[in-house]
Each structure stands twice: as C-alpha cells, then as structure tokens.
Design a binder for this molecule. Structure first.
Ligand code: PAF
Length: 288
C-alpha cells in the first residue's frame, strides 16, 4: 500500500490504473470504513482511501481541533482491508488558499435534518468531496466508484444528487451501517463516550426502531400521527438524559415527510435520528 500526501503524487500513483474505487474518510477508522473498502475493492482496479479532517464541514463550536488524528493506525487497518493507495493531504495541500469556490447543495435536501442543526455542513462536505473526486478520478479512463456509508444517510443522498446534477462520471455506492453487537451504529465519535455513556448509547437505535414500528403500524394515518410519534421518540430519549435534535420518519427518495398518498402507494420510508449524549452527538437511521 502506498501512502501519498500530495495531489501530484496521488495522480502519479493512479496513472497506471483505469478504474479507481474511492472511499473518502476523515480517519480514526472503524469497521464501517473497512467494510466500505472491502465492498468497493472488486469494483475497480485500484482502491483509494483519503484521510482528511475537513475544516469546511465543522462549525466553530464543533470538534475539528479534537477530532482524533490516527494516521498510522488507520494506514495499518486500510492495508489489511485491501486498500492500495492512501491519500492523506495536509490542509495546505488541499486548501492552499481560502476555498472561495464552494458547492451549495439544494436547500430542500441540505438545509433539513443534519443541515438544519449543522448549518453549512453539507456545503463543506460537498465541496471537499467534489475536490477529492477531482484529485482521485482525474487520471481514470474506465468506471469510477465512490463509497459512502448509510449511517450518514443524508450525506450519501446529497453526494448522489451532486453527482447527478453535475453529471460527474462517478457511480455512488452506499454501504450498509455496521453495528456493534448491542446494535450501536459504528462511528468515529463513539470513541468520545465514557463507559457509562457507551452502555447507554444503544438507546438511540432502540428509540429509532420503536419509531419505525409505530410508523408502520400507523400506515395511512402516519401523516396525522407523525408529529405525536416523533415527539414520543424524542421524549423516550430525553427521559434518559439525552438531548435529541430530531427523531423523524421521512421518505427515502427525498427525505421529505410522507403524505397519506405515499403511505397508500407503499412509499419506502426511513427513520432518522440525532441526539446528544453528554458532549457527544450521535446519529443513526433505519430504512423501513
Ligand atoms: O463522512 C465523512 O467522513 C466525511 O463527511 C467525508 C465524506 C470524508 C467528507 O469529509
């Protein structure tokens, strides 16, 4: 496995290949990232992962400075998973000057849910992903694939829409969420949890599963009952000491609230939640 730090070296390393498979990350890797590498590997002739903590997607009060930088351990894990090239640029390499050109995703998709609670987050994500795609795929001649985990459900939808609207020659593949044996979705931020918080953390997925059951039971009545069901799910977490941002049922296609017609037409749904446990903000979702 080759570790490169500059765009020039990355392009040189990829010159001999036609079909890169790309797994962008911010490092501090867990089995969810490695599963993406393994899933992606058969789709091309070279597997590339980036490790870059992207300042543009963090608000000033968020954890950019304290986000764990664990390059050596990450590289060892990526090599084991079959990654061929790791691109770990410095901030100066990726943003040599202030990034004035940015990708602004549409408000109806990017200013709701995560985007509502983290304003500007998806501008930061879309901008860095667009730039990383230019770095990784510029030498490719054949099919190009990029993998994103479904744990960041809205993120993979925003990227998919960006690829579609800009006609980027990249196929987006969504990887299933990897979970700990108790059901907690794997996340780099789980490392922030104390022992007691780690034991409690699974309750986010428990509350989401319960919301999913309630939504299915409500059937055509869902739009009428939605607010009450979501409030109950938020309350279930709040009563255990969480601070929920949202617990909600949405259409899978566009993350808008389902209508009665959607329920009648059997529209596929997803439940999504975000909540703070102590200092740590966790997100999770289930397709239903
Ligand atoms: O999901 C992440 O780790 C990040 O948002 C990504 C896609 C690597 C962009 O910085």
């Amino acid at each position: 496995m080759q570790l490169v730090h500059t765009i020039k070296d990355l392009r040189a390393a990829l010159k001999a290949f036609d079909s890169p498979v790309f797994v962008p990350t911010m490092g501090n890797l867990h089995d969810g990232h490695l599963a993406l590498v393994r899933t992606g590997k058969p789709l091309g002739d070279v597997t590339v992962s980036s490790i870059f903590v992207n300042r543009l997607q963090f608000a000033p009060h968020e954890d950019f400075d304290t986000y764990p930088r664990t390059l050596q351990a990450d590289c060892a894990r990526l090599e084991q998973a079959g990654c061929d090239v790791v691109f770990a640029p410095s901030e100066k390499e990726l943003y040599p000057e202030s990034q004035g050109f940015k990708v602004h995703p549409p408000a109806e998709l990017a200013d709701i849910l995560e985007g509502h609670f983290r304003p500007g987050f998806f501008i930061g994500v879309s901008t860095v992903v667009m730039k990383l795609f230019q770095c990784v795929f510029s030498e490719a001649k054949g099919p190009r694939h990029a993998l994103f985990g479904k744990k960041d459900y809205q993120q993979q939808m925003v990227i998919r829409r960006m690829v579609q609207q800009f006609a980027l020659p990249v196929t987006i593949v969504a990887g299933e969420t990897q979970r700990a044996p108790d059901g907690l979705a794997l996340s780099s931020r789980n490392g922030y949890l104390s022992e007691a918080e780690r034991a409690e953390a699974v309750q986010l997925s428990v509350a989401l599963r319960s919301l999913a059951r309630d939504a299915l039971a409500a059937a055509e009545g869902l739009p009428r009952q939605q607010e009450a069901l979501e409030a109950r799910a938020r309350q279930a977490l709040a009563s255990r000491g969480w601070q929920p941002d949202y617990m909600t049922v949405r259409r899978r296609t566009d993350l808008q609230p389902p209508t009665a017609a959607d329920a009648t037409a059997g529209q596929s749904l997803v439940v999504l939640g975000a909540a703070r446990l102590g200092q740590t903000r966790l997100i999770d979702n289930f397709e239903i």
